[in-house]
Design a binder for this molecule. Sequence first.
Ligand code: TXA
Ligand code: MG
Length: 302
Amino acid sequence: MLKRGGVVAFPTETVYGLGADATNAEAVLRVYEMKGRPRFNPLIAHVANRESAESHGDLHDAARKLADAFWPGPLTLVLAKRPTSKICDLVSAGLDTIALRVPANEIARDLLQAAGCPIAAPSANKASHVSPTTAAHVAEDLGDGPGIILDGGDASLGLESTVVDLSGSVPLLLRPGGIPRKDIEDLLGATLADAQPGDRPTSPGQLASHYAPRARLRLDAMKVEPDEALLAFGGDPPPTNGPMVNLSAKGNLREAATRLFAALRELDTSGYKAIAVMPIPGEGLGEAINDRLRRAAAPRGH
Ligand code: TXA
Ligand code: MG
């Protein structure tokens, strides 16, 4: 399917991706169209290993360090694109950089091996919806758009990759994600600057209301109003008669990450117009969880 220029949804350890042969501009265009993604928002090119990454992007010392430590895994590196790379310009939306990731999920790795090409893939949801962590989520959002949906069960991590831009003079954190900021900073021996709006190409992950359910979110809630569903965290949720999902009764951030997007989808279909969200600690994976919740809570209009 990929070799024919088709679109294949596939599992990764973070979220499901909507993939096309990254060297085939027509196929990549279909991904943008199917997702309803603005053409100026670049995609991640998934590759089988570091060698392949080296052929598309300039992996200088810092990049190599991070690649060795975290690939395969939930880290995306934005690097200067090599002029010899066969990845089409549409993937990076005309920028001179390329976002590269080696996924850890077995099915994704087998797919990359079998296809023999880099696979351009955003998360397999409609633009501005919640990212999919199951094959059923993909089908809910995209119907029979993709030629194939490979079902790999629940995504083991459940949060998108951390996106680090190493193409400039200072390393930038473009999107917090599955690898905590601190792990990257410790390895680089440098702090990651936060991307300023307008500093870098707008990325969908940066748009305020990206991961948006229909229901309104109220963050840092300590009690539940009668018309609210509850997204809980920890052992002591406030009493409620409405629907509730506890992200982790044990207060475990990893568990919370795996459940976050499915929980938002579930509460969103409960018919309640608002979701009260308990406070979630900001360290480790908590930074990415809180980032997604803030975006989901942001006013619409993008
Ligand atoms: O975990 C993930 O990263 C998942 C799985 C499928 O790999 N993919 C994913 O893709 O979340 P997407 O398209 O939803 O988010 C990719 C992010 C966006 O914020 C995009 O703007 C940014 O990476 N990005 C891609 N290429 C870039 C580039 N050349 N420069 C700056 N940002 C870039
Ligand atoms: Mg996405």
